[in-house]
Design a protein around this ligand. Structure first.
Ligand code: NAD
Ligand code: ZN
Length: 358
């Protein structure tokens, strides 16, 4: 067995207000005539106070990233082509926002140095050349996109990331102040992505001491903020930010499981977003993760969140088949969840019943 030799983020700065160090951090990476490109989550489009803190210089460009839908390969191609046409090359790409804006930044940085289209690189280790310098700055916490070696994209035929050693950020800026304005529901859905990463990693067959040590810490932090505290406070932002980081580190060396495998089918067919999709599915996974689902129900109750129900009730057989195909295509997730003989336990009929419950 070959052990994974896994590429990590190069630099991490953490602390309340550390966003203001961005100018100094970028300085040594600026190349003559080549701008820094900031991809800003469109949530901040009209936030002039925040925009004024972005250290634009010379011909730097601020692009408002439309994250109404999760990133598409066509969106990546459009932005990178515009940048190539206008500047030839850029000094770096900085993604500021939730998982969508960060993934978009990773993908654009890769495409600046690679030929063809983004969809050519959806898969494992297909990226040929190192990306331009890239920085991730989360304004929502939970996905772990800030530490992962993938950037999830919806392409013409599949929803799959560019998984490669060239995908992780060179630098991440973890400033808990930036996530404080997130509305309760969004914070919960994205936060639960992290909680579910922990359960799937810790309960999976791929678990090892590396993943467990990060997963247990991330789980503890999620329990602290979503169960043990009455009110959300500054410390909660700090804890959730580090939970996301540690949860991402945990799955980097193990794998996610049933909730992700099933929710990928939902999001492929219905466009359901990652965080809420995982919640819709996890809500019904007692048979796989009894304790985790019980605790999840407590967290839902405590945060007073409505998890949508009945999302599959009007679907046709053909649509169920599409979701089942997408889901069963995620073999490593099922293998992690159920073991090497997962196909004996999970089949089309059982999965269809599960989708019907959602
Ligand atoms: P998101 O990035 O899709 O953003 C959700 C919404 O929240 C958007 O409308 C956004 O504008 C808004 N938003 C962002 N910051 C905000 C703030 N501070 N306050 C208020 N609103 C804010 O949500 P997400 O859950 O962070 O990310 C989901 C995306 O991440 C999906 O595209 C998913 O595929 C991807 N993902 C990637 C990885 C990875 O390893 N690369 C892992 C999990 C998920
Ligand atoms: Zn996830």
């Amino acid at each position: 067995m070959a052990f994974r030799n896994f590429k990590m983020v190069d630099y991490v700065v953490y602390g309340r207000g550390c966003f203001d160090q961005l100018s100094d951090i970028l300085a040594p990476h600026r190349k003559d005539g080549a701008p820094m490109v900031f991809l800003l989550d469109n949530f901040f489009e009209n936030d002039n106070t925040f925009k004024a803190r972005i250290p634009l210089q010379g011909n730097d460009l601020l692009i408002i990233a439309d994250v109404t839908h999760e990133p598409k390969t066509t969106q990546v191609d459009k932005i990178s082509q515009q940048l190539k046409d206008k500047f030839g090359t850029v000094s770096g790409v900085i993604g500021i926002g939730g998982g969508s804006a960060m993934d978009l930044a990773k993908a654009v940085a890769i495409m600046m140095n690679n030929p063809g289209n983004a969809h050519d690189y959806q898969g494992w280790d297909l990226v040929k050349n190192p990306a331009v310098y890239k920085v991730g700055i989360p304004t929502l916490s939970g996905t772990g996109a800030e530490v992962s070696r993938t950037c999830v994209l919806t392409g013409p035929t599949k929803k799959l990331g560019m998984n490669s050693d060239f995908t992780p950020f060179n630098q991440i800026v973890l400033d808990p102040e930036l996530i404080k304005g997130a509305p309760k529901n969004q914070r919960f859905y994205t936060g639960m992505d992290c909680y579910i990463h922990c359960i799937e990693s810790l309960q999976g067959t791929y678990i090892n001491a590396f993943s467990r040590s990060y997963g247990e810490k991330a789980l503890e932090l999620c329990q602290e903020v979503f169960l043990n505290k009455k009110d959300w406070d500054e410390e909660s932002d700090e804890q959730l930010m580090m939970a996301s980081f540690a949860g991402g580190m945990s799955i980097a060396y193990s794998q996610v499981g049933v909730a992700h495998a099933v929710s990928y089918g939902l999001s492929y067919l219905l466009g359901t977003k990652h965080g809420i999709g995982n919640c819709i599915v996890f809500n019904h996974l007692e048979e796989f993760y009894p304790e985790g689902v019980k605790e999840f129900h407590q967290m839902v109750k405590q945060a007073n969140i409505d998890i949508p129900q009945g999302v599959c009730k009007d679907l046709t057989d053909e649509q169920f088949d599409t979701m089942i195909n997408v889901s069963l295509g995620m073999a490593p997730l099922w293998e992690n969840a159920l073991g090497k003989d997962w196909q004996k336990q999970m089949n089309r009929e059982r999965l269809r019943k599960l989708y019907e419950k959602l």
